[in-house]
Design a protein around this ligand. Structure first.
Ligand code: DGT
Length: 243
């Protein structure tokens, strides 16, 4: 059981430096409890990626405060903060090298067993061992070509190898079929049960079973709740469900 991983956003607003006009995040108040799975949904440009990028301090909030386990993140050592957080970005970045080298990236101390465990959770192990050279398979120009979904699974596995307290999946399951996505979420629930998960998604089905869902619209949170609650109370959520 892991300690910690609580995130609090308190009155957070954010504008990209030099960008004219309205801030991209306005008065965000949100608490993610340790071990909670929080879905984040909203139209393109509503601020979802910007919101999560503040947690590892890729950018700093213009006003308000973000706390991790009660401590303002500006008071934490950025390297130590980032060590606790794994982000899987929208566009997977794999380098030319073996699959094993790619999975090691970010945690060079991981054992082969831990790497295989992470790959299993991310539904990647079986396709990896299907290659003649398994984990030693080369990627890139001289290696195999992976499908978009296989790349996404490797990218998720790489994040899990790092054993984060906070796992952020930024719309990184778009190329996966819902069955594979469901399997990944199931194994996360079991094996990463103490990890705080923030899942940005386009599809309602990706976040429907989250502990809570955050609905974003034009830089603001317009609803927080479970799927059932939001269907009753949040017009934007109902519109997303119908689209
Ligand atoms: P997505 O990924 O298309 O579903 O959209 P979101 O909801 O993740 O939105 P986000 O946070 O990428 O963008 C919110 C607004 O911020 C949008 O108007 C574009 C703008 N924006 C995003 N990244 C940058 C950046 O690096 N620099 C500047 N100046 N603006 C950005």
């Amino acid at each position: 059981h892991r300690p910690g991983g609580r995130i609090d956003f308190a009155n957070v607003s954010f504008a990209y430096e030099g960008a004219a006009g309205e801030p991209v995040l306005k008065q965000i108040n949100l608490t993610c409890l340790p071990g909670e799975t929080v879905g984040i949904i909203g139209s393109t440009g509503s601020g979802k990626s910007s919101l999560v990028s503040l947690v590892p301090r890729f950018y700093d909030a213009s006003s308000g405060e973000i706390r991790v386990d009660g401590v303002n993140i500006r008071q934490l050592d950025p390297a130590k903060l980032r060590d606790r957080i794994a982000i899987v970005p929208q566009n997977t970045i794999l380098f030319s090298g073996t699959i094993e080298e790619n999975l090691h990236w970010g945690n060079e101390h991981a054992t082969r067993e831990e790497i295989e465990q992470a790959a299993t959770m991310a539904q990647a192990h079986s396709f990896i061992v299907g290659f003649p050279e398994g984990y030693g398979t080369r990627l890139g120009q001289k290696g195999v070509n992976l499908s978009g979904g296989q790349k996404q699974r490797l990218s998720i596995a790489r994040a899990l190898v790092r054993k984060p307290d906070i796992l952020i999946l930024d719309d990184c399951t778009s190329a996966l079929d819902t069955a594979t996505e469901t399997e990944i979420k199931k194994s996360l629930k079991v094996f990463a049960s103490g990890v705080t998960c923030l899942i940005i998604a386009q599809r309602i089905t990706s976040v429907m079973d989250a502990d809570k869902i955050v609905v974003m619209d034009d830089g603001e949170i317009v609803g927080i709740g479970t799927h059932e609650m939001l269907l009753e109370s949040c017009k934007v959520y109902v519109e997303i469900c119908q689209s």
